[in-house]
Design a protein around this ligand. Structure first.
Ligand SMILES: Nc1ncnc2c1ncn2[C@@H]1O[C@H](COP(=O)(O)OP(=O)(O)O)[C@@H](O)[C@H]1O
Ligand SMILES: [Mg+2]
Length: 319
């Protein structure tokens, strides 16, 4: 197969591993910086241009679009979709997952466990929002934050109110969320490929930080998850329409709750010793039913097979 890997930085660990896994299976894979693409929309024959050439003949596109460039990145991906190239994740599913509020609404509709979450804009009534979220301590989040930036703990009523007011002052959308204290600064990242959780890791925040993001100095370790956690992760991936994603769960007293679903999960972390794991299946995963049937499902299985290999090659133990 001829594969396009859409990403900004070919040297990132995860991208290198995807390239290695695809090449190991005999595919041609080209790394394409989507910000350097331009798209020809008006033409009856839709095209993506890159470095003076028209990109042709791709069977599959693997999008690894950074949160800061979602708008342009998903437009380029959509163009590939218009050209009939099979996307490992669809552009619409990526857009969906990038908006925390939209994601939570979709997950809630499927009856998936979530922390109590209140959505507010420029609120003059911080006290009422806080009350609805169950009172301090609460977690306050920017709607489109990522890597733990824009996630703040309001430990006391006074602190939480000031944070809500401060965000209100800069005219931004926020979520106010029940603080799941019993999670102890840990969360679980489940790597979903197709209909399976192929790896899971527990991430721990650095000393004194309730945020477990690896980008914030957290550490990660492979973990065996419970059947309930696995079922929740799969249901969340399905609700978002993502074939390949990282589902982040918190272990709350009421069971697993989903915090977010990431459409470009990092493949590092876990027992990342770079050793391909023996004994893991390398194919035959049933493919996900796509939200929009377009008769291209025959390609889904191979895509998931090597993505699964890439995930496994990162060293995380199969869950
Ligand atoms: N409601 C919550 N209760 C406890 N910890 C939380 C809560 N929300 C987020 N966290 C912690 O903060 C981290 C970052 O939050 P998250 O919503 O994933 O934002 P980001 O998109 O920036 O990663 C999470 O990985 C988790 O460790
Ligand atoms: Mg997160």
């Amino acid at each position: 197969m001829k594969i396009a890997l859409l990403c900004r930085n070919a040297n990132l660990y995860s991208h290198k591993r995807i390239v290695e896994a695809a090449e190991a299976r005999g595919h041609q894979i080209d790394v394409i910086d989507h910000l350097r693409c331009y798209i020809d929309i008006a033409s009856s024959d839709p095209e993506v241009h890159y470095r003076g050439e028209s990109l042709k003949g791709y069977d599959v596109v693997i999008p690894r679009i950074g949160a800061s460039v979602t708008f342009f990145g998903t437009a380029v991906l959509r163009q590939f979709e218009m050209m009939g190239v099979y996307p490992a994740n669809e552009s619409v599913a990526i857009s969906r997952s990038r908006d925390k509020l939209r994601s939570m609404q979709l997950l809630a509709r499927q009856g998936i466990g979530l922390p109590v979450t209140i959505f507010a804009h420029k609120t003059s009534d911080a006290a009422e929002v806080l009350k609805l979220a169950g009172g301090a301590p609460v977690v306050i989040k920017l709607l489109e934050g990522t890597q733990g930036i824009g996630v703040v703990l309001g430990e006391t009523t006074k602190a939480a109110e000031s944070i809500i007011q401060a965000f209100g002052g800069v005219n931004t959308n926020i979520l106010v969320q029940q603080f799941v204290k019993e999670a102890n600064g840990e969360d679980i990242r489940c790597l979903v490929v197709g209909e399976r959780v192929v790896a899971a890791m527990i991430r721990r925040g650095k000393e004194g930080d309730f945020r477990s993001n690896l980008h914030r100095g957290g550490t990660a370790e492979a973990i065996k998850i419970t059947p309930k956690e696995r079922a929740t992760a799969l249901k969340a991936a399905n609700a978002m329409g993502l074939n390949i994603c990282g589902v982040d769960l918190l272990r709350s007293n009421a069971g697993p709750v989903v915090m977010e679903v990431n459409s470009s999960p990092g493949l590092e972390g876990g027992a990342a010793d770079g050793r391909p794991q023996a004994g893991l299946p390398t194919g035959g995963h049933p493919h996900r039913r796509r939200r929009t049937g377009d008769g291209r499902s025959a390609l889904e299985r191979p895509v998931q097979t090597y993505t699964h290999d890439a995930a496994c090659a990162c060293g995380a133990r199969a869950a």
